[in-house]
Design a protein around this ligand. Structure first.
Ligand code: ATP
Ligand code: MG
Length: 434
């Protein structure tokens, strides 16, 4: 026997195979002229339940008009039996669908009409569809009814299990997605913690140099350095554990407020954009960056115009962006190199005026292949095999924040074409009041 199968996203292939085998059984034993299975399916808006033909025999080549019962609608319910072959032509109103098994058998047999049974596929008061079976010329016998009922019950249980499994699968996928988001958030948090920590250590070392005569104060600063080192080790090992999936991010439920001081990473909350003078962000950052660069033997200079228009941006997010770009410039520029930060560049892009911030270094440069991927999470390119530590998150965070601020980031490398070195990052932000 061959049954026609209409495929729908909801029922699994296993369940459809079961429907086919049960119809095959019915056909062999009871010799019906027509039999079919319909499943209920909600429309996209979830406002109406429709019946979807899933398996039927003999196949009618999608000719749903066979014995068309003309849009039967169950009174006071949302079941719409539209274009449904095989259902009795009478009014279905008044059928008690709460009965465990409702059987509809046409009471008065019109001339030449088949004897028809319609059994709701119902288990634990949940109806998942109908089994319809009809036979011309020969009424159904009580023992045959029992057989059809048994099959309808089997299908109802299997169908419910199938739907439940579908639901669990969806939940699992959603949970995995949430887990991934939380894990990304944790990574971002650790990444953000590391920069101020580095600054703290450098400041403590500077302080130590100045306090060499005062033993008591030196001991205190020593402690600060030791504790900062300890904190950094903890963050590193936590980060590694997270990488190896041995920390369950669910134990640290973070929300946007606790995860990130203010700028929203991963697009959790929309950033508030206001008028900002980039100078107000950069100048305090330079106070921390200069000693770090100095300690590495790098010259850090800046070119800040006296008069600088405001940009339309988010203060905390732009601060995070600049911290990361300056950190990279220092990290990937060897001793003796130079870093230059320029503010106040201007460019018109698609009739909109943008103000640019340029961070240039004389460091290793970034190969064209790596440039294509550096904004991806955890991508480190050539540095993956090098000695300079990092998690490959900085630029992914930068890109995410700049997108949220409706800005643009560009990378140019090498700056010095002859010596093939140096990198320039350009950040463009829309001017305020345009
Ligand atoms: P971290 O998460 O600690 O910032 P990271 O610095 O490796 O680690 P990103 O800031 O995302 O991660 O940078 C990605 C990669 O881009 C780096 O590993 C490096 O290969 C390259 N890169 C970024 N900035 C520079 C730069 N100024 N000079 C040379 N290479 C750079
Ligand atoms: Mg970095």
């Amino acid at each position: 026997m061959s049954t026609s199968v209409a495929t729908f996203p909801n029922p699994s292939q296993d369940f459809i195979s079961l429907c086919q085998s049960q119809l095959s059984l019915l056909t062999t034993r009871l010799k019906p002229d027509w039999t079919g299975i319909y499943l209920t399916q909600e429309n996209k808006e979830g406002t109406q339940t429709n019946l979807i033909p899933v398996v039927f025999y003999p196949p009618t080549d999608n000719d749903w008009s066979r014995d068309n019962p003309q849009n039967l609608v169950l009174a006071d319910s949302s079941y719409s039996f539209k274009d449904l072959p095989g259902l009795p032509g009478g009014n279905l109103a008044g059928i008690d669908l709460n009965l465990e098994q409702t059987i509809i058998q046409s009471p008065e047999q019109p001339q030449n009409a088949p004897y028809q049974l319609v059994l709701p596929l119902m288990h634990q008061e949940v109806m998942i569809g109908f089994l319809v079976i009809e036979r011309k010329h020969l009424p159904w016998q009580p023992e045959e009814l029992t057989q059809v009922k048994t099959i309808a019950r089997t299908l109802a249980i299997a169908g419910l299990l199938d739907r439940r499994q579908n639901w669990y699968q969806e939940q699992l996928t959603q949970q995995n997605l949430l887990k991934q988001q939380e894990s990304d958030r944790l990574h971002d948090l650790f990444h953000q913690l590391r920069n101020p920590l580095t600054a703290l250590r450098v400041f403590s070392k500077l302080l130590l140099k100045r306090l060499f005569k005062d033993e008591k104060s030196s001991a205190i600063v020593d402690n600060i350095i030791r504790e900062s080192d300890h904190l950094e080790e903890l963050i590193k090992s936590f980060d590694n554990d997270l990488e190896n999936n041995s920390v369950n991010p669910n134990i640290l439920t973070l929300n946007a407020a606790t995860a990130v001081p203010s700028p929203s990473l991963n697009g959790a909350n929309e950033l508030t954009l206001v008028a900002v003078n980039v100078k107000d962000i950069l100048e305090p950052l330079l106070v921390s960056a200069e000693p770090i660069a100095q300690e590495k033997g790098i010259e850090l200079t800046s070119d800040i115009p006296q008069k600088l228009s405001d940009v339309y941006t988010n203060f905390q997010a732009l601060r995070e962006v600049l911290i990361n770009l300056i950190d990279n410039a220092i990290k990937y520029t060897p001793k003796g190199g130079q870093i230059k930060i320029e503010l106040g560049l201007l460019s018109v892009i698609e009739e909109k005026t943008y103000q640019g911030i340029a961070i240039s270094d004389t460091g290793l440069g970034i190969s064209p292949e790596d440039q294509e991927h550096i904004f991806e999470r955890h991508y480190r390119g050539i540095q993956e095999k090098g000695d300079i530590m990092g998690s490959g998150l900085g630029l992914a965070i930068v890109k995410d924040l700049i997108d949220q601020m409706h800005g643009i980031i560009e990378v140019l490398s090498p700056i010095d074409a002859r010596e093939k070195k140096g990198t320039k990052f350009l950040v463009w932000l829309p001017l305020h009041n345009q």
